[in-house]
Structure formats: C-alpha cells, structure tokens
Design a protein around this ligand. Structure first.
Ligand code: NAP
Length: 339
C-alpha cells in the first residue's frame, strides 16, 4: 500500500478551506489523518472527511505535531505567524495567502507552468499558491509564451465575490434579495454596494494608484513565468458568485495567428478552448464554476499592433484559483520530493 500523508487544513471552515477538503476527496489524495483548524469561533464545529466526522480545532502553535503537509488558507497574518511553527513540527506548508509569495526563498507555483520550482520547497518549507487571477492567466499564457515569447500583457479582470471569502458571498446574496424587495442594502465587506454594480477596486490602493490585487498580477506573473514580461492590470469586482473572467491582451516577439493560438490552447495542460463565435460559444463563469480547467476563448489578433492577440480567460477562482492548485502542488510534492 502506498504511503498515507497527515494533512492539516488551516482555514478549513472558509470558502477555500472547504473546497480543499472536497479536492482532497475528489482527487483521492492519500490522506492518513486530517486535522481541520480555524479560529476559536469555529472550534468544536463538526465537518466531514470522506463521510467521517472531523472536529474543527482552534489554530495554535502546537497544531502541527505529526503533520506532513499543512494547507493554509486563513489569511496572510495567520500564514506569517503559523507557517514557521508548522515547519518546526516538520510539515511542509502550501500557503494560499499573499504572505510569502514574493519571498525569493519561497517557490510560487502553478503546476502547469513551473512545477520544477517545487524543488526549492525546503529552503523555507513553504510553497506559495499564487493569487487566483494570476493563476488562470498564466495557465492560458504559458503555451503562447513558449511558442512566441510574450513581451507585454495588458489585463482587465472581472472577479467574482467568492474571491473575498464566505462573507462576501453572503453579502451579494443579501443585497440582491434586499434590493429586489425594495430595501436599501447593507454594505459591510466592500467599500460600496456590489449587487448590480462593478467596483474597480480590489484590495487597497498603493502610492502608484494601482491596487494590491493589480500589483500581485504584475509581480507574481513575472516570478511564475520566470520572464521579464511587462504587465499592467486593472482588477474589477463584479456581482458574480463563482468564476473570475479576464480580458487579456498580449504582445509577442514572434507572430502568432489566432488559429495558431487556438491550436496551442487546445493542446495545453489545464486549458479548455471554448471559441466558436459563429455558434455563440465563449467561456463564461456559469460554465467554468465547479470545474478545474481554465477556459479560453474570443481569441483574435490585435489589429492595432504588429504581433498581438486578445483573449478571454475564465476559471473557478476557488478551485483552480486556490484549492485545486494547492492540492496539485501537494500531489507533485508527495510523488517527487517527500519520502
Ligand atoms: P474565508 O471564507 O473568509 O475563510 C477564512 C478562513 O480563515 C476561515 O476558516 C476562518 O475561520 C479562518 N480564520 C480567520 N481568522 C482566523 C484566526 N485568527 N485563526 C485561525 N483561523 C482563522 O476566506 P477564503 O476566501 O477562504 O480565503 C482564505 C485565504 O485564501 C485568504 O488568505 C485569501 O487571500 C486566500 N485566497 C482566497 C481565494 C479565493 O478565491 N477566495 C483565492 C486565492 C487565495 P473561522 O471560520 O473560524 O472564522
């Protein structure tokens, strides 16, 4: 029988944590024991793993005894504070927060793009999972970059509220219900109402006028693609529950026709080509939600530059944008690196 691995899920009660539980189940990950960790608010709550009850425990520095892999999705502060304790106890951390992503000693990994970076996991015992919008963009761009070398990316995102976690999913639902019944909506999670609205702000604004989310896309893309690509981003929150969309414009060194790009996407790991405009077929969040693939369509040549393409990229932000990507990293880790 193959080895079983002891897993801790930090943030098990959250949007990403619950999806991680499902992904481990669906992908038949060889789990020995599993520990669910969250805040004191959830301690004692009973969740399941493969039909068996698992009691949620409060996250403490002693939570990682006997754990092989700790999947973190409880916010950057918890990752900064508790990944070192998990490491001390002998666990490898796969972290969904932004806390460690740009640390030069922490690999930032999308398995379809730079799986080799996992080899550096033991520098700090942490592997970072990129930002959800970045993951789906690089999955779609990797085959195009390999074929034609991307020089510049201009991306605008249309991001679902689930990217902000459980509270935001509830807020959109409550605001929509309230507005339909003529009540004025309560605004708690976002700076403005999100129902029937679009917010060109995700995360705080920096001194350069860009938001944290936009700068994550710039910096993380370059780290994952291991290339000096110029990237500029506009990140927008839209009233969709699950599935981020992106309008992506690229300039390449070599010419790629739209047809060549379609062929490359069709064969690329992790991508699904949905591109038949004569039949009204293009990617939408309603199709990508609940799936692990990155959907790519509306591929067309940018007629305003010599070598340019436009594409529309959609993926489930909680699955490929977070939980699935983390579990895929764990699979590579146990297959190739851990004993
Ligand atoms: P969420 O639904 O709000 O869940 C947050 C989780 O963190 C809950 O399990 C919560 O436990 C736990 N937590 C909060 N404070 C804690 C504390 N003091 N000690 C221990 N646990 C604590 O948020 P989410 O969307 O799952 O996001 C979690 C992390 O993943 C964030 O770092 C986020 O940036 C990252 N991420 C999210 C996405 C996405 O699309 N949602 C994508 C990529 C990365 P309680 O239930 O006890 O409060």
């Amino acid at each position: 029988m193959s080895k079983l691995w002891n897993i801790a899920i930090v943030g098990a009660t959250g949007a990403v944590g619950s999806q991680m539980i499902e992904c481990l189940e669906e992908r038949d990950f060889p789990v020995g024991t599993i520990r669910y960790l969250a805040s004191a608010r959830s301690a004692g709550e009973v969740l399941e793993f493969r039909g068996r009850p698992v009691v949620v425990e409060e996250l403490t520095h002693d939570s990682f005894e006997g754990i092989d892999i700790a999947l973190f999705s409880a916010g950057g502060d918890r990752s900064r504070e508790f990944c070192p304790s998990a490491r001390k106890a002998g666990a490898v951390c796969i972290d969904n927060s932004s806390a460690w992503r740009m640390d030069p000693d922490v690999p930032l990994v999308v398995p379809e793009v730079n799986p080799h970076a996992i080899a550096q996991y033991d520098r700090k015992g942490i592997i970072a999972n990129p930002n959800c919008s970045t993951i789906q963009m690089v999955v779609a761009l990797k085959p195009l970059h390999d074929a034609a070398t991307i020089k510049r990316i201009v991306v605008s995102t249309y991001q679902a509220v689930s990217g902000t976690g459980k509270k935001a999913i509830d807020e959109l639902e409550q605001q929509v219900r309230g507005l339909m019944q003529g009540r004025s909506p309560e605004v708690r999670v976002y700076p403005h109402r999100i129902a029937f609205n679009c917010l060109p702000q995700i995360d705080a604004f920096g001194d350069n006028g860009y938001t944290g989310e936009e700068m994550k896309m710039v910096n993380e893309t370059r780290k994952i693609m291991e290339a000096d690509i110029r990237v500029t981003a506009t990140a927008v929150r839209v009233p969709v529950f699950y599935g981020h969309c992106e309008s992506v414009n690229i300039e390449t060194e070599k010419k790629l026709t739209a047809d060549q790009a379609r062929q490359l996407i069709k064969k690329a790991a992790g991508c699904k080509l949905v591109d038949n405009v004569s039949k009204g077929l293009y990617p939408m969040p309603t199709d990508a939600a609940g799936q692990d693939l990155t959907y790519v369509g509306r591929i067309r040549e940018d007629e305003s530059v010599e070598n340019g393409l436009n594409l529309w990229v959609v993926a489930d932000n909680i699955r490929k944008g977070a939980a699935t990507n983390a579990v895929q990293i764990a699979e590579i880790l146990i297959d190739n690196y851990l004993k």
